[in-house]
Design a protein around this ligand. Structure first.
Ligand code: C2E
Ligand code: CA
Ligand code: CA
Ligand code: CA
Length: 277
């Protein structure tokens, strides 16, 4: 009897260990991460190119695994978009921005935070009441929250337009992100009440190189000016690029030349120091 009992016990323990170590699918892991709220936000300063003043930041999500490692968003955002988990992640990012920066944003009205919206958020507008609710009782002004949307959100142009219109009625600025990387016609831009356009890093990379695409960048800048949009240049890494952008009247920039994405506490310190006269 004893050997049989020992065998059974060993078998059960073995099963339990096997079950607990069994690798979950990537989707299963992401579902657990959403349930356990394993996300954090880093903030990358956006500066006024002429002065170097910090005018705000872009909120960039990271998945903090239980072992402490950070997973880059491009490794899980596509799966989150495909599976619909992205809306829950967007909501967590909104809550984190409010939690991390409430005091800074109330103390300094000139600071804004840009939040990335998914295509679903743009096509359904479901995110707008979520933001409204998150800002209640905080003292943060809706004007301090900018919303970044990529062209993928504009496939259904009519619902996208109503989201943009509603967002601006609420006081948010709407920024078209990764501008120039989509393949859709740009004519839809004319019918949208946008505030700013973010030039994708791939175009900034071509500045002061002899690459064939370098001639596109001035056209993008020209188009933004025709549409009377503010411009934010993304991925500015060199002083030569910053100089070029200032020469071409691009107001704002973001990139490693100024600062990398950083935790909230560091961003708050960066902002104070970058603003000091
Ligand atoms: P994005 O919106 O185009 O964000 C800019 C990306 O460029 C960030 O990568 C940023 O760290 C990186 N970057 C900025 N300046 C430089 C530079 O000078 N050099 C280089 N090499 N890179 C620079 P990150 O944080 O890995 O984010 C990647 C993408 O993930 C974002 O691209 C965005 O599409 C997506 N993402 C990030 N956070 C969120 C979020 O909360 N929601 C959604 N839906 N998407 C997000
Ligand atoms: Ca963005
Ligand atoms: Ca971008
Ligand atoms: Ca980009």
């Amino acid at each position: 009897l004893l050997p049989l009992g020992a065998f059974m016990a060993a078998f059960i323990i073995g099963m339990v260990v096997w079950l607990s170590r069994r690798r979950l699918s990537p989707l299963g892991e992401l579902q657990i991460a959403v349930r356990k709220r394993e996300f954090i936000v880093h903030y990358q300063p956006i500066v006024e190119l002429r002065t170097g003043n910090c005018i705000g930041a872009e909120a960039l999500v990271r998945w903090k695994r239980p072992n402490g490692s950070l997973v880059r968003p491009d490794l899980f955002i596509p799966l989150a978009e495909e599976s619909g988990l992205i809306t829950a992640i967007t909501d967590q990012v909104i809550a984190l921005v409010v939690f991390d920066l409430n005091r800074l944003l109330v103390a300094d009205r000139s600071i804004h935070i840009a939040i990335n919206l998914s295509a679903t958020d743009v096509s359904t507008a479901r995110v707008l009441p979520v933001i409204e609710k998150a800002l209640q009782h905080t003292g943060i002004e809706p004007q301090q929250i900018w919303l970044e949307a990529t062209e993928r959100g504009f496939v259904d142009i009519n619902s996208a337009r109503s989201t943009v219109v509603r967002a601006r009625e609420l006081g948010h600025a709407v920024v078209i992100d990764d501008f120039g990387t989509g393949y859709s016609s740009l004519s839809y831009l004319e019918g949208l009440p946008l505030d700013a356009l973010k030039i994708d890093k791939s175009f900034i990379d071509t500045i002061s190189t002899n690459s064939a695409t370098s001639s596109v960048t001035p056209h993008i800048i020209g188009m933004a000016k025709t549409l009377k949009l503010k411009i934010v240049a993304e991925g500015v890494e060199t002083q030569a690029q910053a100089d070029y952008l200032v020469e071409h009247d691009v107001e704002y920039g973001q990139g490693w030349l100024f600062a990398r994405p950083m935790p909230a506490a560091e961003f708050i310190a960066y902002c104070r120091q970058a603003k000091a006269p």
